[in-house]
Design a protein around this ligand. Structure first.
Ligand code: NDP
Length: 478
């Protein structure tokens, strides 16, 4: 009998099956299309403790109890279909783990539906791409806590290992795991966009070639502030030469970014909860704008574009500092969103633990997560990371550079939407008085939406069009 079952043999499923087996657990696999199962078993799984099965029934029969079955299939309707196939076959205490990128509301619904049955359900975000799946991903499980305890010995071995622990922990009930994975992806969108802007500033603003870009990003990756997986792969990308054209491959790639929805979901959830996430939201917008390729090409013939090169000194270090501050904002936004969602939806998230399990295996793994883990450990109720003395100091010492980079970019017509949005986030957050008093006045003017005053309690409405002595101001004191 196999100790673990896995459904879905695309890139993620195959690699996770190999990872689980390498950690000493026997695996039974099933894939809807039998040819994929055959080629996996005869090639990559050859000689390993992995058995093929050709139907959900055969898979269930091949597993020891309580059965643990990980779904690594396309998210959405396929997950519901496979759960429906499994439900009548499973017995008391058996566990289904959905490891795909499922929408958290779907996971919440599946969790509720399966609670009424004998089957236990875990919704688990998995990050790290196919390499992470093979060598050790970051895993974000949520759902049935008792079921997690059963699979914990396996997951803790399969996960990426960092200096203090494996990158997996039980996050909370229901869809907590998939919610955390969604926000992870939202932060990922933000950081990727910020890195793209830094690349544009160095390439377009300074005229750097790809060897120089490789050197700058490699050097940044050795710093405590910016050391991260995304910085490392960016440095690598600049070195890759297209075998056909002999140009750097990155310059042969169409500048139209695609997306699978997790960035969108993050922004929608943030707006629903009333949490500002401008860096993340701008990153989603930037991908959408990039997809307007044809229209942009036409517009570029109507308007002048980039105007010249930057002639000053020390710009590379200033871009590095701006990048660091903006990345800190992307994390701060994501963590603030997790905090709000946790309160609203009773996930009981431990943000220090979230930072810990993101330190290895996942796409946003970075040195910057170490201070975050410590900060949230010491201050679990911290409302925003930017208020932690560590980040306060780190940001204030770089604010001048951050501002200057955005000024230079603006003068050169180089768009830096996410860097600008993050600076505006910081500048808004640190203002005790914002101009939304005017917004409130306008709302009251055209829609009688009322307003609050700074000098007395209550709700007020003004007849704004009668600005002379007959002006009426009405109010209800609390
Ligand atoms: P895909 O998302 O491309 O899904 C392909 C797999 O889903 C195949 O095994 C396919 O079976 C199966 N499938 C599709 N529809 C059905 C159905 N109706 N019934 C049964 N099986 C079905 O594979 P990936 O490996 O890329 O991703 C798996 C999951 O992990 C997804 O949710 C994805 O979002 C998530 N993920 C992916 C990452 C990545 O880097 N690729 C990273 C992190 C998470 P068949 O062979 O028969 O078509």
């Amino acid at each position: 009998m196999a100790q673990f079952g896995l459904i879905g043999l695309a890139v993620m499923g195959e690699n996770l099956a190999l990872n689980i087996e390498r950690q000493g657990f026997s695996v039974a696999v099933y894939n809807r299309t039998a040819e994929k199962t055959d080629s996996f078993i005869s090639q990559r799984a050859d000689g390993k403790d992995i058995v093929a099965t050709y139907s959900p029934k055969e898979l269930v029969a091949a597993l020891e109890r309580p059965r643990k079955i990980l779904l690594m299939i396309k998210s959405g309707a396929p997950v519901d279909a496979v759960i429906e196939q499994l439900k009548p076959l499973l017995e008391e205490d058996d566990i289904i783990i959905d490891g795909g990128n499922s929408y958290y509301e779907d996971t919440a619904r599946r969790s509720r539906e399966l609670q009424a049955t004998k089957v236990n359900f875990i919704g688990m975000g998995v990050s790290g791409g196919e390499i992470g799946a093979l060598l050790g991903p970051s895993m974000m499980p949520g759902g049935n806590k008792d079921a997690y305890e059963v699979v914990k010995p396996i997951l803790t071995k399969v996960a990426a290992q960092v200096e203090d622990s494996p990158c997996v922990t039980y996050l909370g009930p229901g869809c907590a795991g998939h919610y955390v994975k969604m926000v992870h992806n939202g932060i990922e969108y933000g950081i990727m966009q910020l890195i793209a802007e830094a690349y544009d500033l160095l390439k377009t603003g300074l005229g750097f070639n790809h060897q120089q870009l490789h050197e700058v990003f490699s050097a940044w990756n050795t710093t405590q502030e910016l050391n991260s997986y995304l910085m490392e792969i960016t440095a690598d990308i600049f070195q890759y030469i297209d075998p056909q054209t002999k140009n750097p491959l990155v310059e042969m790639i169409l500048d139209a970014a695609e997306q699978k929805g997790t960035g969108n979901w993050t922004v929608i959830s943030a707006m629903d909860l009333g949490v500002p996430v401008p860096t993340i939201m701008t990153a989603v917008n930037a991908r959408i704008m990039s997809a307007y390729k044809e229209e942009r090409v036409k517009a570029s013939q109507v308007f002048d574009g980039v105007s010249g090169r930057y002639q000053g000194e020390g710009f590379v270090d200033k871009v590095r500092d701006a990048l660091y501050c903006a990345i800190a904002c992307a994390y701060a936004e994501g963590m603030a969103l997790l905090k709000a969602a946790s309160q609203e939806r009773q996930y009981h998230l431990n943000l220090s633990e979230v930072a810990r399990i993101w330190k290895g295996g996942c796409i946003i793994r970075a040195e910057i997560l170490k201070p975050m883990q410590q900060i949230f450990q010491a201050q679990p109720d911290l409302v925003n990371l930017l208020l932690a003395p560590y980040f306060k100091e780190a940001i204030l010492s770089r604010t001048a550079a951050w501002r200057e980079v955005i000024t230079v970019a603006t003068q050169l017509n180089i768009p830096v939407p996410a860097m600008s949005a993050s600076l505006a986030y910081f500048n808004s957050y640190r203002r005790d008085r914002l101009p939304q008093n005017l917004t409130q006045a306008q709302r009251d003017y055209f829609g009688s939406h009322t307003y609050h005053r700074i000098d007395q309690p209550g709700t007020f409405h003004t007849e704004w069009t009668q600005v002379d002595a007959e002006s009426l101001q009405t109010g209800t004191a609390d």
